[in-house]
Design a protein around this ligand. Structure first.
Ligand code: HEM
Length: 424
């Protein structure tokens, strides 16, 4: 995907769909929805040639697009066959060696290395630990709304509201001082938004921009770690550099790549869930009213419904470790599959009236945080808290806030909103 979109003809049938072209990802939601519906109705997952990506060297062999809920569940819970480690889960081409140093953390690993890392870091992410952060999340959301009301009557919702809360919380957890928030924000935008001209102007410069952003974040964590080793402060970095659980300790390299994963995963995803949620509540005023009638009681389901439709992470990749049949399709060892969460969250076989935003939807077995399995989102509890608290503040204190048309990120990986006007 080295060139950017040009023109486009309407999608009327499956041969018009190319999930590896920028043209596809520049299309509006309705067209994507139509295309994924056509793909879900196929008897067997469609196969696509890989995009040309300039950091990847030779072009890979292509991938099967898993778009049905049942396929994503099954592939997620069978990691010994659909693995994350052989070349990476966050990218279509295999990660080149120089990238693994920065982007090779647990999300791109398999057991037993994955399990070991997850054991060490998950102590910082239990619901009990998140509850300790509750007060911080509330104070941060309240300050964001104070600032909003002061500067009103309108703003860019993404930069002034949605992006601020996850950024502050992840920086607080890691002990990153406020003066560096902008630095972290810009680097995580480059890492997940590199394919969008707003973040990296020249498509040929994507690899360089990614590596530079990663190196700069690595430098930041090394500085933090050096201080915390001498003087632990109780933040996440302190507990990670000093953790020695059953003889297990992170190496400097593991700490750096985990930190990069955390700031990127913690920022971009929750931000997009909050932005999409605001838009959904604007275009569905009946659902906003319903939520306001009993905010606390309805929050858990409303938040799941926002994550279902927003599906901030569009896909993860797996590689097939041995020949295998799943739901009637044969997969060969070495083949790649992409798990399209956005598409599975709209699967009419599982969700009644799937395009409807229904804050009371129950059950809601969406796969926005990934399917069941070892890689299920480590930050899901935290993300749910942040989304709940942000909307509690917004809907109570700025009940008339309305979002305009979202300006989308050009990306196949992240369903992102770069900017979105709002008025109140
Ligand atoms: C709405 C917000 C979020 C969404 C939609 C989301 C989505 C996902 C998805 C789909 C995966 C699955 C990867 C796979 O199966 O291969 C994942 C994994 C992960 N997420 Fe999230 N995430 C969110 C928020 C967060 C936050 C706030 C953090 C951290 C503070 C975080 C940290 C991680 C980590 C570390 C993993 C890797 C887990 C592993 O490989 O064991 N995420 N996330």
């Amino acid at each position: 995907m080295t060139t950017r979109p040009t023109g486009r003809a309407p999608i009327t049938s499956v041969p018009d769909i190319d999930l590896s072209s920028w043209d596809f990802w520049a299309r509006p939601d309705e067209e994507r929805e139509h295309a994924f519906r056509l793909l879900r109705d196929l008897d067997t997952p469609a196969f696509f040639a890989e995009p040309e990506i300039n950091f990847a060297g030779t072009r890979g062999p292509g991938y099967h697009a898993l778009v049905r809920h049942a396929d994503i569940l099954e592939a997620s819970r069978t990691p010994e066959i659909f693995c994350s480690g052989d070349g990476g889960a966050t990218n279509i081409p295999d990660l080149p060696a120089e990238f693994t140093e920065y982007f090779g953390s647990m999300i791109n690993m398999d057991d037993p290395r994955h399990a070991r890392l997850r054991r060490i870091v998950s102590r910082a992410f239990t619901p009990r630990m998140i509850r300790q952060f509750e007060a911080d999340v509330e104070a941060a959301a309240s300050r964001i709304v104070d600032d909003l009301l002061e500067t009103g009557p309108g703003c860019d919702f993404v930069t002034e509201v949605a992006a601020k809360l996850p950024l502050k919380i992840i920086c607080d957890m890691a002990g990153i001082p406020e003066k560096d928030y902008g630095f972290v924000f810009d680097r995580s935008n480059v890492i997940l938004g590199a394919t969008d001209p707003e973040y990296v102007g020249d498509p040929q410069g994507i690899a360089h921009a990614l590596l530079t952003a990663a190196m700069e974040l690595q430098q930041l964590v090394e500085d933090l770690a050096a201080h915390r080793t001498e003087r632990p402060t109780g933040d996440l970095i302190s507990s990670l550099v000093n953790a020695n659980i059953d003889g297990e300790r992170l190496t400097a390299q593991e700490l750096a790549s985990f930190f990069i994963l955390l700031v990127v995963a913690g920022n971009e995803t929750t931000r997009n869930a909050i932005s999409s949620g605001m838009r959904l509540l604007t275009v569905n005023p009946d659902q906003r009213r319903l939520w306001l009638e009993d905010f606390e009681g309805r929050a858990p389901r409303a938040v799941e419904e926002i994550v279902r439709l927003a599906a901030p992470v569009n896909y993860m990749r797996r590689k097939v470790t041995r020949d295998h049949e799943m739901n009637g399709t044969r997969y060969r060892a070495g083949e790649k599959v992409l798990l399209f969460y956005w598409a599975a969250n709209r699967d009419e076989r599982v969700f009644a009236d799937p395009l409807r935003f229904d804050i009371l939807r129950d059950p809601n077995p969406h796969v926005g945080f990934g399917g069941p399995g070892p890689h299920f989102c480590l930050g899901a509890h935290l993300a749910r808290r942040e989304i709940t608290v942000m909307f509690r503040e917004l809907l109570r204190r700025v009940p008339r806030i309305e979002a305009g048309e979202p300006e989308r990120l050009l990306s196949s990986f992240i369903n992102g909103v770069k900017h979105m006007p709002c008025t109140f």
